[in-house]
Ligand binder design. Structure first.
Ligand code: ATP
Ligand code: MG
Length: 422
């Protein structure tokens, strides 16, 4: 019978890799806490309509990347391709935007039916941040500074910031016409993707990753020249705070975001180390989205970072070893099995940070020592008949030349505290 395998582009994260994930998540989490953002947990499946309405029919995500299926009652459901739509839905549903501001974050898997390659999966993971109820550029800056701090705590240096302003919907509509004129008069130079975008979502042509399109895009008119004054002021305010905080950035007048709901500030954090999949974090302002869902207009700004791409950049050698046990408890003889469980429990009571791996399943001392060695533990504690009659354990140092020693039971915790420098 053919073996059943995981779905293409959806990966198991095996136990040797989860410590890296935990390290990444805990590091980011510590920064989110510094800014007093609160975690929100949302369903992985939502009504398809939510994404269509939030992200826009003409985006890559909605037009070709969604995992949609009919529920048993024939409602179309979709595995979430991003987190903002669900967050907005939940905020409206629970009245979180009414006369109050919110600073929220979420973490979890997202699903997009894309061509799998390095840095591009069909199930991938994001940490996202959204703030609701703030109009000024101060909150945009706060989120950018937060990202900057995250890169610092992760020791990532090759990440640069690009910012742009997409203006209000009026100035975008104006600009859209100008762009359509420009690209229509260069139709022969457009690739197939861009021809479709020209009809449906011309701004997205600027987002093309086709190198053959570069020159044409680089010469296109920019929104900068047609920006309304409200957005220009907002953008200037953002730059002023970033300058004051010493955050470097490049204004990229052709930076647009793939989703329809962005306006005013947009930004991306980009690395040169991941080839074509160089955007590790992206976000911006989406003041119109809450209103677009029929609720009271609520300004909003947010971003999402791709955890697979960040992990790829993180230097594993700098990570603390949080996986190996400190102590491997070797047990020999029937009595030792029972005594050993109790001893391990006692140690966990006394030293809550100690990682004790109790040998289960018997076997010779020799085979148990082999396993102890393989486990990465620093110490092996041996409990055999002799040790039990004398209320002690033998201690063997697995990673040092220190000679073997014996310790009385009441003294073990103290001994471990010193030798493991707890
Ligand atoms: P890209 O241009 O690379 O397709 P995007 O604009 O579609 O990215 P967003 O929707 O802004 O991406 O998502 C934010 C971040 O999530 C991206 O910057 C990236 O780090 C990550 N990301 C998006 N799609 C994927 C994917 N298929 N696999 C892995 N990470 C992804
Ligand atoms: Mg994409």
């Amino acid at each position: 019978m053919a073996k059943i395998q995981a779905i293409r582009g959806m990966h198991d994260i095996l136990m040797q890799d989860t410590p890296r994930w935990q390290y990444l998540e805990e590091s980011i989490n510590s920064i989110l806490k510094q800014y007093a953002y609160q975690e929100i947990r949302l369903p992985i499946v939502e009504k398809t309509e939510l994404f269509k309405r939030s992200i826009g029919d003409n985006t890559d995500i909605v037009s070709k990347e969604m995992y949609s299926f009919d529920d048993r009652n024939e409602t179309s459901l979709t595995l979430r391709p991003e987190g903002t739509a669900g967050c907005v839905r939940a905020g409206i549903e629970h009245g979180l935007f009414h006369n109050q501001t919110q600073r929220l974050w979420y973490i979890g898997p997202m699903f997009r039916h894309e061509r799998p390659q390095k840095g591009r999966q069909r199930q991938f993971h994001q940490i996202g941040v959204e703030a609701f109820g703030f109009t000024g550029p101060d909150i945009d800056a706060e989120q950018i500074l937060m990202c900057d701090r995250i890169w610092k705590i992760l020791n990532l240096s090759d990440i640069s910031l690009e910012i742009n302003s997409l203006g209000t919907s009026d100035s975008r509509a104006n600009y859209r016409k100008i762009l359509v004129d420009y690209f229509s008069s260069n139709k022969d130079k457009l690739d197939d993707d861009s021809l479709v975008r020209l009809e449906q979502n011309p701004l997205r042509i600027l987002d093309s990753k086709n190198p053959d399109m570069r020159d044409l895009i680089n010469e296109s008119p920019t929104l900068e020249e047609h920006l309304d004054s409200e957005s220009a002021d907002h953008f200037a305010g953002l730059k002023e705070i970033l300058d004051g905080a010493g955050v470097e950035y490049k204004v990229n007048p052709r930076l647009v975001r793939g989703l329809d709901y962005y306006g005013k500030t947009v930004f991306e954090w980009i690395t040169t180390q991941l080839g074509a999949q160089g955007t590790v974090c992206a976000g911006g302002r989406y003041d119109g989205l809450v209103e677009h869902h029929g609720a009271t207009p609520t300004p909003a700004v947010g971003f999402a970072m791709g955890l697979e791409r960040l992990l790829e950049l993180t230097d594993v050698s700098k990570m603390p070893d949080k996986q190996s046990p400190h102590v491997y408890l070797i047990l020999s003889g029937e009595q030792a099995t029972e005594r050993g469980v109790l001893l391990a429990e006692q140690l966990r009571d006394q030293l809550p940070n100690l990682r004790v791996l109790t040998h289960c399943g018997g076997g010779s001392l020799k085979s148990q020592f082999k396993k102890a060695d393989k486990s990465g533990a620093k110490l092996a504690l041996v409990l055999a008949e002799d040790e039990i009659t004398q209320n002690q354990v033998s201690i063997k140092f697995l990673r040092a030349d220190t000679p073997q020693t014996v310790i009385k039971w009441p003294e073990i915790a103290n001994f471990l505290r010193t030798s493991l420098s707890f």
